[in-house]
Design a protein around this ligand. Structure first.
Ligand code: FHN
Length: 423
């Protein structure tokens, strides 16, 4: 077996990046939709009658089905997502409380899901669909007033002998990376930053052994055409505007700088028929809260089917969480991290506009929540949007919040404490 690059590494970094004023909207947004959608979505985890458990978008890889380039390319002829509906996708994101969408323009399989002049291995030229769905999505995001961005796999391209990742068809020792970089990667990134209007984010992935020069060439290309577009840290070599932590990583303690946690509504990024392990709406809302309480942004993935439809298991739960977020918007958007730096056994804390918001995941049977080391005077205390008395007392170092002993009939109830002064 030919030894390939260290692709199994989980690409997560905490770089304490800060995009300054350009990052202000990101700090405010807090919740986004990630979409993995490509030829692999049509396979849904199956190849030649066999199910390959894992993550759907990796099915071509030797670790799963190990599909040859020729056989995989042939999938494009049958890829026809007739149920794709940009309006429905963007409406779902909006109703879920998400502030921008990031979608796979090209994943590791190398197939462009948009109309690319740089490579005819793209949905417009190679599939019967004959449309550019990402253009439709970009336009719809603009119309509905949410941000839009692209995922682009800059280093791994399993369709190209000169890129990396495909050690089952090609010999990585013979790869001429700069040829691939100049002839496909750079031209495609240029297309993405020049043909789809203002982008919120350019989201790169698995930088592998990219040189700093190559990372910077892409940064400069993006910045030249889209000075306000943010770039994530997986551009490699310590550059970028914000950190993408490891996949599905919610850090146990507060993390500084601009950062995000990327997660999935189930376990696979792209649609896989066998993965019905959907997070509940309650769990999704708790994850949003937990990430905001650590200081970050939560980007949650959905994997549409090959026909363009979004599984109900994902959409219905996203809407449950969306309803919760709508009713508790002031506890999430623009909120700051918990001054206690980590979660409590009963839940977690966000801070906004002079309020501490206690998000109670596990209602304490004692009817008491103990907060250590809070010297501020509490000038108001209430259950947010719910009935029930809340009283606050001080005992030495402790602030004791007395709440009803019975949990209100609602998911993730919130207690609002108005504090005086600075935390
Ligand atoms: O290999 C990819 C994977 O398929 C998926 O796109 C995730 C999303 O963060 N990124 C890579 C692994 O870190």
């Amino acid at each position: 077996e030919i030894v390939d690059t260290d692709m199994d590494k989980l690409w997560g970094e905490r770089l304490e990046l800060d995009a300054g004023e350009r990052g202000a909207w990101f700090k405010e947004a807090k919740y986004a939709m990630f979409i993995h959608w490509g030829l692999y979505s049509g396979l849904a985890g199956d190849w030649k009658g066999k199910t390959h458990f894992g993550i759907g978008e990796w099915i071509m890889n030797k670790h799963l089905a190990g599909i040859s380039v020729d056989e995989y390319r042939a999938l494009a002829k049958d890829f026809n997502p007739v149920k794709f509906d940009a309006k429905a996708w963007v409406t779902l994101a909006k109703q879920s409380g998400m502030k921008y969408i990031v979608i796979t323009a090209k994943h590791h399989d190398g197939f462009a899901m948009y109309d690319s002049a740089a490579s005819d291995y793209n949905i417009k030229d190679a599939s019967p669909f004959g449309r550019d769905p990402l253009k439709e999505l970009a336009d719809e995001c603009r119309k509905q007033g949410i941000g839009f961005g692209f995922y682009y796999s800059q280093y791994q391209d399993w369709n190209e002998k000169d890129a990396f990742g495909n050690g089952w068809d090609f010999n990585p020792k013979e790869a001429n990376f700069s040829k691939y970089f100049k002839e496909k990667c750079e031209p495609q990134v240029k297309e993405l930053v020049t043909q789809y209007g203002d982008l919120a984010v350019l989201w790169f992935d698995t930088p592998g052994k990219m040189t700093k020069e190559d990372s910077m060439a892409l940064v400069n290309l993006v910045k030249k055409h889209q000075p306000r577009c943010l770039i994530n840290s997986r551009i490699g070599n310590g550059v970028g505007d914000y950190s993408s932590l490891g996949d599905m990583e919610i850090p146990p303690e507060n993390v500084g700088g601009l950062w995000e946690c990327v997660d999935t509504t189930n376990n696979s990024w792209s649609y896989a028929w066998y993965d019905e392990n959907w997070k509940s709406g309650e769990q999704i809302a708790q994850n949003v809260i937990s990430v905001v309480a650590r200081g970050g942004t939560y980007m949650l993935n959905v994997g549409p089917r090959g026909d363009g439809s979004i599984p109900k298991g994902a959409s219905e739960e996203l809407l449950v969480a969306g309803q919760w977020i709508k009713n508790h918007a002031g506890t999430i958007y623009g909120a700051e991290a918990s001054p206690w730096h980590k979660a409590f056994p009963w839940g977690d804390v966000t801070v906004n506009h002079g309020n501490l918001f206690l998000h109670v995941f596990d209602w304490p049977q004692s009817g008491k929540i103990y907060l250590p080391g809070l010297s501020n005077k509490i000038s108001g205390a209430a259950l947010l949007n719910l009935k029930g008395n809340v009283k606050v007392s001080k005992e030495g170092d402790w602030t004791i919040v007395s709440i009803p002993k019975v949990k209100p009939d609602a998911i993730n109830p919130v207690i609002q404490l108005k504090y005086d002064g600075k935390l």
